[in-house]
Ligand binder design. Structure first.
Ligand SMILES: CC(C)(COP(=O)(O)OP(=O)(O)OC[C@H]1O[C@@H](n2cnc3c(N)ncnc32)[C@H](O)[C@@H]1OP(=O)(O)O)[C@@H](O)C(=O)NCCC(=O)NCCS
Length: 222
């Protein structure tokens, strides 16, 4: 069951948040109907740890623990769940009107659990919120289980997150990735991001500590 009709013309401005049969909010991913952005559940933690520690995912991770452990997930997700619940209750009450462009927990996006609807399984995660690099803008980062790569889910989840940001009134969303990470750059470009800068950055010790070219992208709302 969907409560709010998205077919009202200008998609960038329309409400991207729907409610499922239990009244739980979600954002559908365009082009991949079995996948959505959903609230986090405590039961997602083992899948999150498993995905985060897969070599194809871990090798591109910059600002998080390696290896990713139960205490990492506790700090990053579980401790934020009460604030997420309060935020999502306010969001539901206000629908289809957006809340102001302020999230309660930095970039720990309350709808950041990327889930396969038919199985309920966590397949990825997306962070969205105020940029630490350029305050006043928002920033997005993401990871997807390699078992699900190459099916349009990455593009879909980035577009869904940007759709949410645009809906709440955010004009500019930033993202960055290593130049060598062609999948990430490809997904950003497909989701409507434009590259605006390339900078050589010394990466953290756990990533070899070498200087590597990093691409900065922006998505500017029309
Ligand atoms: C980045 C990531 C989310 C992309 O997800 P995905 O579902 O595989 O990507 P999609 O299938 O949506 O592809 C989106 C676009 O990127 C392109 N692309 C995907 N993988 C690619 C690759 N390895 N090389 C070049 N282009 C690629 C696709 O062709 C597609 O382009 P199109 O829309 O013009 O056809 C996923 O690869 C991932 O989680 N990687 C590991 C973690 C990571 O790198 N996180 C980002 C750190 S900056």
């Amino acid at each position: 069951m969907t409560v709010y009709d998205r077919d009202n013309g200008d998609e960038s401005q329309s409400c991207p948040v729907l409610l499922d049969e239990e009244g739980e909010p979600y954002i559908p991913l365009k082009g991949v109907p079995d996948f959505r952005l959903t609230p986090w559940r405590e039961s997602d933690i083992d899948d999150l740890i498993n995905i985060s520690n897969k070599p194809e995912v871990e090798k591109w991770a910059v600002f998080r623990d390696i290896p990713y452990t139960h205490s990492s997930a506790q700090r990053d997700i579980i401790t934020h769940l009460p604030l997420h619940r309060t935020y999502l209750q306010s969001l539901i009450s206000a629908l289809p009107t957006p809340l102001p462009p302020v999230l309660p927990t930095g970039r720990k996006f309350p709808l950041g659990a990327v889930r396969q609807t038919s199985t309920g399984r966590l397949v990825g995660s997306i962070s969205l919120g105020e940029s630490v690099h350029q305050p006043g803008n928002w920033e997005v980062s993401y990871q997807l289980d390699p078992d699900y790569h190459g099916k349009g889910i990455g593009k879909g989840m980035i577009k869904a997150a940007v759709g949410f940001a645009t809906w709440v009134g955010v004009k500019r969303v930033l993202a960055f990735c290593e130049k060598a990470n062609q999948a990430s750059a490809g997904a950003l470009r497909s989701a409507g991001f434009k590259q605006f800068m390339e900078v050589d950055i010394p990466l953290p010790e756990h990533m070899g500590g070498r200087v590597r070219p990093v691409l900065f992208f922006e998505h500017v709302a029309e």
